[in-house]
Ligand binder design. Sequence first.
Ligand code: KIV
Length: 290
Amino acid sequence: MSTTFQINTATSRANPTPAPMKRLTVPKIRARKSGGKVDDPLVMLTAYTARQAQLLDAHCDLLLVGDSLGQVIYGLPSTLPVTLDMMANHAAAVVRGSYHAVVIVDMPFGSYEQSPQQAFESASQLLKASNAAGVKLEGGEAMAETVAFLTRRGIPVMGHIGLTPQAVNVLGGYGARGRSDAEAEKILADARALDEAGAFAIVVEGVVEPIAISVTEAVQAPTIGIGASAKCDGQVLVTEDMLGMFERVPRFVKKYGDMAAMITQTAERYAAEVRERSFPGEAQTYQPKD
Ligand code: KIV
């Protein structure tokens, strides 16, 4: 990723003013795969807030406002209770905080499965409210008609197959998919259906590696793996997982930091200084002018 830019964060609460730059586009992302391969793997991370987006933006091709925010931000037990309003508000914040990456917003459970028309209404509501560039929805063959419907009407769609968390009650858990021949064939058929329907990229989540590789070879659209394979055309992780905000993470997550420990230790220091009255110190205290 070569684009760099300056953000003026004069105060921590200011709306930062970046040097003018062009945001990546969905067609540019789609075009990164040509002749069946991607030379420069796509980098995607989740983002839910403006400040998080500011920090991640320069390093990512795509920022995903994932419905994982249900668990990560709201402490919900799954993604199922997440609403369109929650997604729209967080997506708007992420768009405000980013200047380079393509911002994609998840369609929450119940907002698109009923019909292509329902999906169009929900997706257009999300894009109008947030100015995000496209939507992501879960499901393969069953959603192909909807993906084609949205794409033909100007809404770029990222697909999501394999382990689809919104279907947890049908799948019976969050275990890896594609271990049986029947499951493997279904995942491949789902990928092909989304590709033909015009999905501009496809998230492949929680599948055994050979299936992730077969899917990546079978489709024209770039695949973005999570718990899949380094041979996918790109990768995505939930940012809080890779930052180490949670003690327990799925096996496919690599912790690149230890934010939970950092926050705990910092809060501990602050609490101790308040209790011993060493904070605020002279530097943080206003005195009358002479
Ligand atoms: O909701 C989400 O964060 C996602 C990613 C894990 C792909 O769908």
